[in-house]
Write a protein that binds this ligand. Structure first.
Ligand code: CU
Length: 139
């Protein structure tokens, strides 16, 4: 069907989602929840549109985490806390991944409009421990 081996490789890569096709912007963010109670992002800004979060909980954290995405102009460390948790109903919640065991990862794809977002873990006490990060989505 495809005689040129190089073409076959490229077509295969597109099928696997390894190569982005012009006209179909696709953003990917790798987020890692670390033992020192921080969320490390491999990038803190992406273009608006379809954004895939690859969320990993480091093996040595020893605790299950979750990953919540809200759209807010507040700084990442300035969200309100009630009884150890951020009151999610006060925010425009965009998405959430729950129950990420140590040493595992989960992913989700969200449609993000331009603006400022805060990503955090909302297990009791975890936000206040420092598990939050800021994300800027540009037009
Ligand atoms: Cu947590």
């Amino acid at each position: 069907m495809i005689s040129n081996p190089r073409t076959a490789v490229v077509v295969g890569a597109i099928a696997l989602g390894l190569v982005s096709i012009p006209g179909y912007p696709k953003e990917m963010i790798k987020a890692t929840l670390l033992k020192n109670s921080t969320i490390q992002l491999d990038t803190d800004r992406v273009k608006a549109g379809s954004v895939t979060f690859d969320v990993s909980n480091a093996a040595d954290t020893g605790m299950t985490h979750e990953f919540v995405v809200v759209k807010t102009d507040l700084a990442a460390d300035k969200l309100p806390v009630e009884n150890g948790k951020v009151p999610e109903n006060q925010f425009k919640k965009i998405g959430e991944v729950e129950d990420i065991a140590p040493g595992t990862s989960k992913h989700m794809t969200l449609k993000l409009a331009p603006g400022h977002y805060v990503l955090f873990c909302n297990r009791p006490g975890h936000y206040s421990m420092g598990l939050h990060a800021s994300l800027l989505v540009t037009p």
